[in-house]
Design a protein around this ligand. Structure first.
Ligand SMILES: Nc1ncnc2c1ncn2[C@@H]1O[C@H](COP(=O)(O)OP(=O)(O)OP(=O)(O)O)[C@@H](O)[C@H]1O
Ligand SMILES: [Mg+2]
Length: 309
């Protein structure tokens, strides 16, 4: 759906991107992750036809962004990382304006705007001034605007930036809904926890280079074979950590200060199911099984080795 092929780019003497190659498959939620200054926005601006790569090429639905930018813009919705300033204009007028700018004919304009307002749940604030909206609502409106021409591909630069936890969850739900509607969504972030639940694939960018890409599972396994899980037990008996250490595939067991048992084990879901099975046969009463650290967070820290800029 989106292909970036061997792209390099310079700002003056500064090399912002080095041989960046990545592929965003159709109908996925693709996470573009990297610390500040990694080159996410630079890459995204190329996809959005706002910047031409010095070397390499970028294709959106097979269309070259440099050769046919107008064609690309028809299939692409782009939400920049800053909103811009719009004085004295209501949410409704704002959408009206952009619908007109997209060339949506008058007869269809109202229906299109209503559909987008419903999808992004902006109905309650439609008569409010844009400048008076909360950050969360502004982000929603920014997404609404990118949806007006019903693009197949959406590129969102830091959509959850500055949102509170509830607004973040709502943003996630909206993005998941867009995927259900058949869209391909690429979003950038340096906040990993919100991406790991949502993204099917990711690319990790650091100092202008892709340091890892693919499905979250594949990247994770490639880096380190062991995984961590926390198991919480109802009334754990004496010496239960020794017992858990005998479960299949378990490498280590440690009791957390909060009473949960943090275990490192080898293998994937199959191995975890065997561990749980073992515990149940040993008559341990499990109340919770959870990954001990966010998988994506772990991948990120490992590939970037803490060199945040
Ligand atoms: N127009 C420009 N002129 C000069 N340097 C630029 C320009 N745009 C970006 N850069 C530099 O290129 C590098 C990559 O910037 P970019 O904005 O793509 O990073 P990012 O990954 O989006 O970071 P952030 O998480 O902070 O948004 C940075 O070092 C930045 O200073
Ligand atoms: Mg950026």
């Amino acid at each position: 759906m989106i292909r970036v092929e061997n792209v390099s780019h310079w700002f003056g003497a500064f090399r912002a991107l080095t041989d960046v190659t990545l592929e965003v498959p159709s109908n996925e939620i693709f996470g573009f992750i990297g610390p500040n200054g990694a080159g996410k926005t630079t890459t995204i601006r190329m996809m959005a036809t706002l910047l031409e790569p010095d070397v390499g090429r970028v294709l959106v639905q097979g269309i070259d962004v440099v050769e046919h930018p107008d064609e690309v813009r028809k299939v692409l919705g782009f939400m920049p990382d800053s909103f811009g300033v719009y004085d004295r204009i209501t949410v409704d007028e704002y959408l009206e304006f952009f619908a007109a700018a997209h060339g949506i004919v008058l007869g269809q304009r109202r229906r299109t705007i209503e559909a987008v307002i419903e999808l992004t749940e902006l109905g309650a604030v439609r008569d409010r001034l844009v400048q008076a909206l909360s950050k969360g609502m502004k982000q929603r409106l920014a997404i609404a605007r990118t949806l007006l021409h019903d693009p197949k591909v959406l590129i969102l630069d830091e959509p959850a930036n500055g949102l509170d936890p509830r607004a973040r969850i709502e943003m996630r739900e909206l993005i998941e809904e867009l995927r259900r509607l058949g869209k391909t969504v690429m979003l950038s972030s340096h906040i990993l926890t919100e991406l790991s639940d949502m993204c099917t694939s990711v690319a990790i960018l650091e100092r202008g280079r892709v340091v890892a890409s693919g499905s979250v599972d594949t990247i994770g396994r490639g880096l380190r074979p062991e995984r961590g899980v926390k198991i919480r037990l109802l009334a754990p008996p004496e010496g239960v950590d020794g017992l858990l250490a005998k479960a299949p595939n378990v490498l280590s067991v440690e009791r957390d200060p909060d009473g949960a048992y943090a275990m490192q084990y080898q293998g994937g879901d199959e191995a975890l199911a065997d561990i749980v099975d073992f515990a149940v046969r040993e008559r341990l009463r499990i109340v919770r099984v959870e990954p001990d650290q966010n998988d994506l967070e772990r991948i990120f820290l490992e590939v970037t080795k803490g060199e945040l800029q």
